[in-house]
Design a protein around this ligand. Structure first.
Ligand code: ZN
Length: 644
């Protein structure tokens, strides 16, 4: 058996996914359909999934699927209704990290090329389903109707659907979602169907009283791209097949802030080629959404922190649009190749931003990005594989490896390649790359071979020199932890000016520097550089500097959350207690995981009592994956007994 598996893996020839328990090489999932009856008041979902598999091995008698804390009721053959025996194989210490195996014993031996169609009935609730954020109605703006949203990436889809939870496998996805409360509107990955297309799999006593939504996507996607929101939400067109979705109170403001969506979409297509997914819809979620954005096809999610009021936060929207090509059309085949999604995506995002805002502004973004990547590397350890573009996620929840590292080192690699290949040919390379690998999941070696071949074919006399340059750096760039082997040029006066101003504040020791007003004119990314300088040199910053600075710039309770976040990091590092109420306000209003992880790490150390108090206050506001992450961070700083 082991020999057979080895043969299959070898003939397969590509990297396997170490973060799935499924036997996806022997049998591959082709189609996943779900039928969910939502009860958002009870935070419960009555679920059935119908799935089609194709057999790849010579003989197959079982299917192993990924599950996380799912209550499986029954598995049966769709056509006959014959019940199949199923077992849940617990994975020991992996159980709470990555879940368990749902092993389905088939009714006979199936041969290569045969198809199998199964139904799985199961229950979902707010306790087990870590992909799902159930908000009580009090947590929404109108406080009338509860709200549900999902976050499957990295491998959390297994907590809402039993499936092959790996980006190596792409599936057709369809859904029927039934709701009891007619005020609840539902959106999922895919097109919302105007009339009923899929026959219901179950009988419902009160069908007349239920509202049914159906969704279909005709392009295959990996499981991590499945997404849902349900709640009192509306959509508004922003022109040219682009839409914004949000709670009714916010929809006009959000649509106004995102009114340039058609422009971004247009610029992106001019650079990389046609958009193939249909409509482009972006949901602005309630504040407890843990990420900046998530690129579900036809249903991008974005945090409300991108809405600043002056369109300055919409870089995230451009990033998510770029995923339509890189990530969603061409996909990294496992979490070690996550950079194939994110590095390319940041490259496209900054390419468009440089056309809209100029190259100097993009250089600042690259500096800021690299600085947060470096902060993550220091936390992981500079020799840790998580500090490389190709993290070793075996026996780990790949979420743990998530940081800016693959984004920025990937971006830097592509920028370096662009300097070797030259700008216009590199654009052509990217277009050819999308065409060549579209609808596939790939690893770094497939990309590497394609790149070398492309250069050989397209770069004439320069080809050999370029190939040698690429060969010299490639493996180090991809696999070696720490900073990229070659530093790209990010020099800009915007950076120097911001640093000089920050230094002048430190040297002033509480006096307002002469050029202090420059800050008011800075764009957010330059403000961010300014604050980063102070963070990096926080040992030299006196409390009185922060007091004067706050008076001058009013940074406590600052509206742009990206800036507020950096200010609060500084406040905590310097222990400037006067601004602590601002930190409290921030951690009670913003649910973004990357911000909260850093702030609670600092709080745990500098303000232990407040850390525990505020975490307890906000536990029901944060998404379950964030609660888990903060609990882990606070373990480093045991609660101090205030009576000691
Ligand atoms: Zn991304």
């Amino acid at each position: 058996m082991i020999y057979l598996l080895l043969c299959i893996v070898l003939s397969y020839g590509a990297e396997i996914d170490v973060n799935t328990f499924s036997n996806y090489i022997e049998v591959s999932q082709e189609h996943v359909h779900i039928e969910w009856l939502l009860d958002l008041d009870q935070q419960h979902i009555n679920a059935t999934s119908q799935q089609i598999f194709r057999v790849n091995s010579n003989k197959l008698d079982k299917i192993d699927l990924d599950i996380y804390q799912l209550d499986i009721i029954a598995v049966y053959i769709s056509s006959s209704g014959n019940i199949l025996q199923h077992n849940i194989i617990k994975q020991g210490d992996q159980s709470l990290l990555q879940g368990d195996v749902l092993q389905i014993k088939l009714d006979r031996v199936y041969l290569r090329g045969e198809y199998i169609k199964l139904n799985i009935r199961y229950n979902l609730d707010s306790k087990g389903a870590r992909a799902l954020g159930f908000l009580r109605k009090e947590q929404t703006y109108s406080k009338q109707v509860p709200y549900l949203f999902s976050q499957c990436e990295d491998n959390n889809c297994r907590s809402m659907i039993p499936l092959q939870d790996t980006p190596s496998v792409k599936i057709y996805f369809t859904a029927s979602v039934l709701v009891k409360d007619a005020r609840i509107n539902v959106f999922m990955t895919g097109n919302k169907l105007q009339s009923m297309k899929f026959k219901l799999l179950n009988n419902y006593d009160n069908l007349q009283a239920l509202t049914l939504y159906q969704f279909e996507l005709d392009i295959k996607i990996p499981a991590y791209l499945i997404g849902i929101i349900a709640g009192e939400v509306v959509e508004k067109s922003t022109g040219n097949q682009t839409y914004v979705i949000a709670e009714p109170h916010f929809i006009d403001d959000y649509a106004q802030e995102l009114s340039d969506l058609p422009i971004y979409m247009n610029e992106m297509q001019k650079y990389i080629g046609p958009y193939i997914w249909g409509d482009y819809k972006i949901v602005i979620l309630p504040a407890s959404f843990p990420f900046g954005g998530m690129e579900h096809p036809l249903l991008t999610f974005a945090s409300p922190t991108i809405i600043v009021g002056d369109k300055s936060g919409v870089g995230t929207a451009i990033h998510e649009i770029a995923h339509s090509w890189v990530g969603n059309t061409v996909t990294g085949r496992n979490w070690a190749n996550f950079w194939i999604n994110e590095g390319f995506c940041v490259f496209l995002e900054r390419k468009i931003l440089s056309r809209l805002n100029g190259l100097d502004s993009v250089k600042l973004d690259a500096i800021n990005g690299n600085s947060s990547a470096y902060t993550s590397m220091q936390t992981f350890g500079l020799d840790n594989s998580f500090s490389s573009m190709h993290p070793n996620t075996k026996n780990r929840n790949p979420d743990e490896a998530t940081s800016r590292v693959p984004y920025e080192k990937g971006y830097q690699l592509l920028t370096y390649l662009e300097t070797l290949i030259k700008e216009d040919p590199f654009q052509q390379f990217l277009r050819d790359y999308i065409q060549h690998f579209k609808f596939q999941s790939i690893d770094e070696d497939q990309l590497y071979q394609f790149l070398l071949n492309w250069v050989r074919t397209n770069k004439g006399d320069d080809a050999q020199k370029i190939i040698t340059d690429i060969q010299t750096i490639w493996k180090d760039w991809v696999y070696k932890p720490g900073l990229s082997p070659i530093q790209i040029d990010v020099q800009t006066p915007l950076f120097t000016n911001a640093n000089n101003l920050a230094k002048a504040w430190i040297d002033g020791r509480g006096q307002v520097p002469e050029q202090a007003d420059e800050f008011i004119q800075y764009k957010p990314n330059q403000k961010s550089v300014f604050l980063q300088y102070l963070i990096d040199n926080s040992g030299l910053v006196e409390k009185t500097v922060l007091a004067t600075m706050d008076q001058k710039y009013v940074l406590t309770f600052y509206k742009d959350q990206k800036i507020a976040y950096k200010w609060y990091r500084l406040v905590l590092l310097v222990e400037y207690r006067e601004a602590l109420e601002g930190v409290h306000d921030f951690v009670s209003k913003v649910g973004v995981s990357s911000y909260l992880k850093v702030l609670y790490d600092l709080l745990g150390y500098h303000y232990n009592e407040e850390a525990y108090l505020w975490f307890d206050e906000n536990k029901t506001f944060y998404h379950p994956v964030v609660v888990e992450a903060i609990e882990k961070i606070l373990q480093k700083y045991p609660k101090k007994n205030i009576f000691e």
